[in-house]
Design a protein. Sequence first.
Length: 384
Amino acid sequence: MTRPDVRVSTFAGPGANPVIQTVPWPAVPERAALLKIGACGVCGTDQHILKGHWPKPLPWPFTLGHEIGAVIVEKGAGFTEDFMGKPLAIGCKVMIPPLMPCGHCYYCVHYPETANKCLSPVYYGRYLGFDKAPHLWGGWAEYVYVDLDMLPGTKVYKLPDDMSLRLGALSEPLTSCIRAFNRAKKAGGFNWGDTVVIQGSGPIGILAIAAAREMGAQRVICVGAPERPRLELARRFGAEATVNIDEVRTAEERIGRVREIVGGFGADLVMDCSGHPSAGPEGIEMLRDGGTYVEMGQFTDAGKIETSWHRICAKDLNVLGSWAFTGNDLPLGVQMLYRTRDKYPYFDMQTLYPFTQEGLSQAVSDAMAMKTVKSTIVPFPELV
Ligand SMILES: [Zn+2]
Ligand SMILES: [Zn+2]
């Protein structure tokens, strides 16, 4: 049987345009599989990488894209179950996250709750260069290749059979939000009935609204822009009020507006999902004293900002960072998406683009211009 060649995109460096390359259909050994991609999101991180904000060297050229919903089209006999022990067969829907802890390093062994800081992770869509055969290491492609022998940290997660791959492609960003709230819960800084402010109305901000509600927040307020499509969608996801930073232009005014909406002494928890360094000093002033600030928006290094740490001390705050998630967090995102698939307008977050050079460029530039909430590449429309 002759197999078609596989199309895969690469970027040569920050600012470069995507190039679509063609590679031969790979051989699939005993403990490997080939996944046909139904949908792959454009992440804020992808945009920051393309702007040169990633703080470490990257293996350019490589294939971006790590929010993958896919289906197994070929697998070896020894590729039998997902990371949670669920049996896998050809035709199963799966997702693979970007960061896969190795399971053996000092962090993985001794600090499993912080295995997201694994010292030697497998990193699809980022740290696997195109040069490495069989060249299919990222989600902005027709297929992605996984191999448990070549990359033993590799983790594949089965999606429910009747779950749309479009929905599956949201499990990675949603899991980041769930993990960030769990981080606050474990620190005693997030309780049932809390009032939560989300800074940022991009995909992470929107999904954080849903996560906050599902995890016990009583009230959620979102600060962001633009009204369309983002703040409008934030309210449909359950934000009781939104503050438009295009209209409320200064930090003082925004703090005042949020405190007015929240009432009392301020919010119990503020989470930064904005990616803008000014969010921190502004956000802590929206908190009541003794409240919790969760920083998950500065995933890449977007720069420094002047701030007074006196305010953290004087307000008696919890300040927590949350970076990605561990291998055990991912099922929480899949389960929440599946359970709440009719409760939140998840599909309305996504704008779909074809897998072509133009489609990719447009998906990225529309995301950067905030014209979309979640630009999503769809190589095979019949799969989603
Ligand atoms: Zn992402
Ligand atoms: Zn490790």
